[in-house]
Ligand binder design. Sequence first.
Ligand code: AP5
Length: 211
Amino acid sequence: MNLIFLGPPGAGKGTLASMFSESNEIPHISTGDLFREAVQNKTELGNQVELIMAEGGLVPDTLTTEMVRERLQRSDCKNGYILDGFPRTIAQAEALIRISTVEAAVYFAVPDEDVIRRLSGRRVCARCKAVYHIRSLPPKQDGICDKCGEPLIIRDDDKPEAIKKRLDLYRQETAPLIEFYKKQNLLKEIDGTGSPESVYVRLNHVLDLET
Ligand code: AP5
């Protein structure tokens, strides 16, 4: 199943993609994670995108699309994939049509107040990428990743100025994709509020899958 997860920053795309990927054995491809890995490894791509990301801006379409094109060619995508955070502009969505056939675009609808609460309490593991929240999904030991024991960090773009910019850019550049996929009869909208488990049940329901 070739899936896109759409929604504002902090909508829970990464959290739900990780849950769905584990139970359905298809890869969770997060363009944000791929860029963060490039920054961490100090690659040429990482140097190009580091400042853009820290300020909450968007990486140019050409760089992003090429990275996704290469990633989707890998053999683990042969039974499907979840694209989390891509496409994020109409130009990226049009490019994706030339790369792969999308079967559904799931839109997680979450109001701004929830988004801000979720992003300001998010903690991530820089090593294994596990995502936590200080209230809704705390680690067993404060500040330490349950999965690999590394200290948890706050993402640079989860600071208030960057959150505002990301939300503005989401409204201008990414929200028009909802209409784009609606016109193609691919849009599946779900209520993204409530616990991750309750959103997961809605996700499976909208995709006609058993939980
Ligand atoms: P990216 O990493 O994709 O960031 P994003 O889209 O802004 O999404 P987030 O990761 O912030 O949120 P999410 O929806 O995955 O929420 P999460 O599950 O973590 O991109 C980062 C940057 O990379 C961009 O700003 C840009 O610079 C660049 N980039 C990436 N893709 C690009 C592209 N295609 N084009 C150009 N540039 C690109 O959840 C958030 C928090 O809420 C967590 O703490 C979680 O535990 C908690 N939570 C989740 N679900 C629930 C729930 N149901 N109830 C309570 N808490 C919850």
